[in-house]
Design a protein around this ligand. Structure first.
Ligand SMILES: Cc1cc2nc3c(=O)[nH]c(=O)nc-3n(C[C@H](O)[C@H](O)[C@H](O)COP(=O)(O)OP(=O)(O)OC[C@H]3O[C@@H](n4cnc5c(N)ncnc54)[C@H](O)[C@@H]3O)c2cc1C
Length: 445
């Protein structure tokens, strides 16, 4: 760290405070933060370029951090070096005529939502943490409950400004929805988790303002019936969200939120959100035909908030009891089967899973509860679980990314992809200074 004084000549350097040592990754699997690192807070791409040039010439690791809400250890500085925080890159310009927002990387989801709303528009994706930043959401290709109808971050990024490890500033894409101009560097950066470049600014697509919503809650005796309902509804309409919870998850959501869910009966519960009332009515009929124990239609804001709070606060209630939150995806029609087989597998290992997720897009959040001696058997179980998801035509991470926590699984379950990812990484970042130890490892796999 004999370079710190020299770095101080090109930008202000801050000591590492504890808040920068962690992200939201559950502690048992979170990576160990480095002892020594310094924090820099660039204001624009030129500042970032100078910092990266400095770091690249000396081979100093650079860890880019947005809101620190990530769940895969991506923003944790795991080696002595520089933590680059985007917290000062917060300008937003809303271009209402072309329905885009041009945002600094550090703009939070909440700030973006507000800016869009003030201009009579909306930004539909809504990953759960509102302090997540534009840069972080792009770097993880964040999703959330509305992905079924509105897609993930990838569907919203029209243009990007980013800085390569060498300090070169690149601008790709623009303010247009269409772009068939050769290989998409834009889409390579999306989901790259700070390992290929530092995103400094993004042009994001906005949509017309959201309409009033109708919320349905429907408990089912069996997961298979609930999922058969999901499949039929999805073939007839596109709800804004189609969420599922197993009974235990509902109980936790009720306890933490202090609100009542419609029923505790039944193994599987659906929460559905619609922008059109006629669709909600049709969906209620489908749910009844599929054997729902009850179908509750909420049109008033208060009752809608009650239902959504139960679903929205499950993670809060679980976070101190779990090893981690998994986010595999399977095709939606396979969820019930995957859920049953996962539980059978978990039982063999003596592991308890609490499960809920985004039924409409197949993103299943499974939470293994902490047990004695978990370090000895958990990772073997997890690999089998993720292999099971892939065997259904799924993927190992639907929205949280690889970070430090799933590198081994990526390398072992998807070895060909992993090899190409490593080659791409070395092309973008030959000295390996950008977020080292995340997504791919140079001498591994
Ligand atoms: C309560 C809760 C609910 C959540 N719900 C959801 C959900 O519904 N859907 C979902 O997808 N995720 C969800 N998440 C996870 C998290 O919010 C997302 O992964 C989010 O996209 C991370 O954004 P961030 O700004 O906090 O990034 P950070 O945690 O700071 O960083 C995440 C990764 O992005 C990289 N990065 C950050 N900024 C940049 C940049 N400017 N350029 C290049 N790389 C960068 C980092 O290096 C790191 O690898 C949730 C998290 C919590 C705590």
């Amino acid at each position: 760290m004999d370079w710190v004084e020299e770095l101080g000549k090109i930008c202000e350097v801050f000591p590492p405070s504890d808040a920068y040592r962690v992200d939201e990754t559950p502690p048992l699997i979170a990576p160990e933060p480095a002892e020594n690192f310094v924090v820099v807070k660039p204001e624009n791409s030129v500042d970032v370029s100078e910092i990266l040039k400095f770091a690249n010439e000396r081979g100093i690791p650079v860890f880019t951090r947005g809101g620190g809400t990530g769940l895969s250890g991506g923003a944790v500085p795991t080696a002595n070096g520089i933590l680059l925080s985007t917290e000062k890159m917060v300008e937003i310009e809303v271009d209402t005529e072309n329905r885009v927002a041009v945002c600094g990387a550090g703009v939070t989801l909440k700030q973006l939502d507000r800016a869009a709303f003030k201009n009579g528009l909306s930004f539909p994706p809504h990953p759960g943490a509102e302090t997540a930043t534009v840069g972080g959401m792009i770097a993880t290709n964040a999703g959330g409950v509305r992905a079924l109808k509105y897609g993930t971050m990838r569907n919203y990024v029209l243009g990007l400004e980013f800085v390569l490890a060498s300090g070169k500033i690149l601008r790709v894409g623009g303010r247009t929805v269409k772009n068939s101009s050769g290989y998409s560097l834009l889409h390579l950066l999306i989901g790259s988790e700070g390992t290929l470049g530092v995103v400094t600014q993004a042009t994001l697509r906005l949509f017309p303002a959201m309409k009033d919503i109708t919320v349905l809650a429907a408990p089912f005796q069996r997961m298979e019936d609930a999922m058969s309902c999901v499949v039929e509804i999805s073939s007839k309409m596109l709800p804004m969200a189609l969420e599922f919870m197993e009974r235990r998850a509902v109980e936790i959501g009720e306890r933490v939120s202090g609100r009542r869910w419609v029923s505790r009966e039944g193994e599987a519960h659906l929460l559905m959100i619609f922008e059109r009332f006629d669709e909600a009515e049709e969906a209620a009929e489908i749910a009844e035909n599929k054997g729902a124990i009850d179908v509750f239609v909420a049109t008033g804001k208060r009752e809608q908030d009650d239902l959504m709070a139960v679903r929205g606060l499950i993670y809060e209630g679980l976070r101190n009891e779990i090893i981690e939150i998994l986010d595999a995806c399977v095709p939606p029609a396979k969820i019930a089967d995957y859920w049953r087989k996962s539980n059978e597998l978990a039982e063999k290992y003596g592991i308890e899973l609490v499960t809920y997720g985004h039924a409409g897009d197949g993103n299943v959040h499974q939470h293994p509860l902490i047990y004695d001696g978990w370090e000895n058997t958990y990772f073997e179980f997890r690999k089998k679980l993720l292999e099971l998801a892939v065997s259904y035509g799924g993927v190992i991470s639907g929205e949280h990314g690889i970070g430090t926590v799933k590198i081994q699984e990526l390398a072992e379950i998807c070895p060909d992809q992993y090899r190409i990812m490593k080659e791409i990484k070395s092309l973008f970042d030959p000295r390996g200074i950008l977020n080292p130890g995340k997504v791919v490892l140079p001498n591994h796999g």
